[in-house]
Design a binder for this molecule. Structure first.
Ligand code: ACO
Ligand code: LMR
Length: 632
């Protein structure tokens, strides 16, 4: 794992005043902008920087870490809640890319400027009040620092440092050869024109060395001349290009500097907005500052003034690239610039999600789900919209039909399921599951743990004999065993017939729940053949012992088989699968959970204390000491 904060001595930058960003630049990103963060790192990676340009993220919501990619490897970026903490931990970072909204851009930028180690702040936000923007500009000048923006995409030093999302996709960056420095310094107001200019300059010269968009607001933190004078001072930059806009007088600062001989390198200039005069008077163009309030502020006037001051001004923006080429070729003939031998550009892996959605890659899924789908606009139960499930009032029995059986069952079938759930919901605090849930709750366990404790008692003797009963009675009947033969076979095997027997219910004390289930089946099912068979078995077993009745587990399992075989919604194969996979114990667990939760809540309400079983209720029958001595 490459640590993003390891600063390689070689890469620690020793910047001249005219250099804001170089291959050693380390920055903070204010605001959890994960896409912009990854784009900056991807740029660093294709530029073959020694280490990432981001020292840390400042996220006012939480501190911690952020995982990002360095090529195909993952790196950890530290995340701080405040600028102060980040600056203290990472004094090497002298840039802050500020993604704060217009509501907090001013205060966070001022706080960053007050940090000794931070030299440059890029303010991305649009809508920063002009008064605040003017204070930012004045503060930066007073401190000898640089603010780029507000309302900017930022800028970049080719082959060294990218601000946020500058220059768009990595494909555009590679096409504009921004992974290595050229000889042209560029500045504009507009971020869009910056990206366009990268492309134009890369096609008509040896490429951009540095490009900055100062932002389209009326009062930028730094103006175009500030950056042009940095380019003038930078020996790596041999020619300068700029794109102005109608409105304001920023361009005249450059023109005056040209006239005063402060700019000696050739300057290609164009001011956009020449269509202004053909439109109704003083149209407000996109940027706040793009409105010509006087003739002097028109694009035509500025282009004329640039030309008169010695700048290279094309006839229109369409010829901007040609003009760049003309100046570049002139410098080349003077031996001041030369074409760049393109370095090999590291291949940047495509993000998995992008590759998947664009069909570049495919991967086998880990799971298959055939019962529900939450990936679309609306949740689907077995393909049925949840809104339809509710509108058609399919009920909880219908939802069980959809999610367990993937069938919209007939109403009497869904009502049977609901009858079962109601009947098994509870059977008092004495039964195994309720007892365990109560004891767990008295031990202070939470609801879910106490519920699980109770559910764990469901098994072949209690609540979990539904599937066993369905399987055994189905087998007996399908193999042609008479009830007598079936009872005799199970006796010979020494197996208690699942679905038969109860601790307290008996012929004399019948289980009303069973009677209710049978009554419903008799009334609603087309056939109840397996029930009839089971009742024959019950006649035989109760002849032996009164408590060997068809119990509620057995009744549910047997009736569900009668339901499936008579309702026409299930094939034989599907019925066999229900028995084989053991669907039906789920009905007891689902229903009994209602009662168990009731008991748990009951005990919590009562403030019941830890349960300890009375010792007088335990027969202690220990071995004698001499019987356990195995050391002889
Ligand atoms: N089939 C055949 N014989 C049985 C059955 C049965 N299902 N259940 C008990 N017997 C016999 C025993 O073999 C024993 O015979 P013996 O006296 O000759 O040894 C006698 O009846 C008493 O057996 P016990 O297990 O002591 O009877 P008990 O009343 O404790 O058992 C129980 C109740 C656990 C439900 C038992 O009947 C049984 O295991 N049934 C099968 C599992 C089942 O259906 N459980 C669901 C119960 S309902 C519910 O949990 C919601
Ligand atoms: C139940 O529903 O819990 C039972 O029938 C078991 C019992 O012992 O009552």
């Amino acid at each position: 794992m490459i640590s993003a904060t390891a600063t390689n001595p070689k890469s620690v930058s020793t910047k001249n005043d005219y250099v804001l960003f170089d291959r050693g630049t380390k920055a903070f990103v204010y605001g959890y902008q994960t896409n912009a963060i990854q784009r900056m790192l991807d740029f660093d990676y294709i530029c073959k920087r020694d280490s990432p340009s981001i020292s840390a993220i400042i996220n006012s919501n939480r501190a911690g870490i952020h995982k990002a990619f360095w090529g195909t490897k993952e790196i950890i970026l530290p995340m701080f809640k405040t600028i102060a903490e980040a600056a203290k931990a990472h004094p090497e970072a002298d840039v802050m890319v500020n993604f704060a909204s217009h509501r907090s851009a001013f205060e966070t930028t001022m706080e960053a400027l007050e940090r000794k180690t931070i030299r440059t702040v890029v303010v991305i936000a649009e809508g920063v009040p002009e008064r605040q923007a003017r204070i930012l500009a004045a503060t930066a000048r007073k401190l000898g620092k640089t603010v780029i923006g507000p309302a900017t995409v930022g800028g970049m030093t080719a082959g060294a440092f990218r601000i946020g999302n500058t220059a768009g996709t990595i494909e555009n960056i590679i096409a504009s050869k921004l992974y290595r420095p050229g000889s042209v310094g560029f500045v504009s107001k507009s971020g869009g024109m910056l990206n366009e200019a990268f492309n134009i300059i890369s096609r008509n010269s040896n490429g951009v060395h540095e490009g900055v968009a100062i932002g389209g607001d009326r009062y930028p933190g730094s103006n175009m001349l500030d950056h042009i004078m940095r380019y003038e001072a930078n020996p790596e930059i041999k020619m300068i290009a700029c794109l102005g806009e109608l409105g304001g007088t920023d361009e005249y600062r450059i023109i005056e500097a040209l006239k005063a001989g402060k700019i000696t390198k050739p300057l290609v200039a164009w001011v956009t907005g020449t269509c202004g005069p053909v439109l109704p008077s003083s149209v407000q163009f996109g940027h706040a500052g793009a409105k010509a309030d006087s003739q002097k502020e028109t694009a035509q006037a500025k282009n004329e003034a640039f030309k008169n001051a010695g700048a290279y001004v094309p006839n229109s923006f369409d010829n901007y690239g040609e003009m760049v080429k003309q100046v570049y070729e002139m410098l080349k003939s003077q031996g001041k610039v030369k074409d760049v031998v393109e370095p090999e550009v590291p291949r940047l892996p495509v993000d998995y999600s992008k590759a998947l959605t664009s069909g570049l890659i495919r991967k086998p899924t880990t799971f298959i789900c055939t019962i529900s789908d939450d990936s679309g606009d609306e949740l689907l139960y077995a393909g049925k919209k949840i809104s339809d499930v509710l509108e058609q009032k399919v009920g909880i029995g219908g939802v069980v039909g959809l999610l367990w059986f993937k069938k919209q069952l007939p109403d009497y079938a869904t009502r049977f399921i609901e009858l079962v759930l109601q009947i098994v919901a509870d059977h008092g605090p004495a039964v195994s599951a309720a007892h365990n849930s109560i004891v767990a709750s008295c031990a202070g366990k939470d609801l879910i743990s106490s519920l699980c404790s109770g559910l764990l008692t469901i098994g072949p003797r209690f609540g979990g004999a539904i599937d066993d009963a369905a399987r055994e009675f189905k087998r007996a009947k399908e193999t042609g065993l008479s009830p007598e033969q079936f009872v005799g076979e199970m006796k010979r095997k020494g197996i208690n017939i699942p679905g038969i027997g109860h601790r307290i219910k008996s012929v004399k004390n019948p289980d009303v729940r069973v009677l209710l289930l049978i009554e419903y089946a008799r009334k609603n099912f087309a056939r109840t053949e397996l029930l009839d068979y089971a009742l024959e078995v019950e006649r035989l077993t109760t002849a032996k012992k009164g408590n060997l009745i068809l119990n509620v587990d057995g009744c549910i399992g047997i009736l569900f088989l009668d339901l499936m075989s008579s309702c026409g919604a299930f094939t034989k194969a599907e019925i066999d699968e229900v028995v084989k996979l053991g669907y039906l114990n789920g009905l007891f667990a689902l229903g009994r959970s209602i009662g168990l939760i009731g008991h748990i809540l009951d005990q919590k309400r009562l403030g019941a204390r830890l349960y300890r079983h009375p010792t007088e209720d335990i027969a202690y029958m220990l071995p004698k000491p001499e019987d356990i001595d195995c050391k002889r």
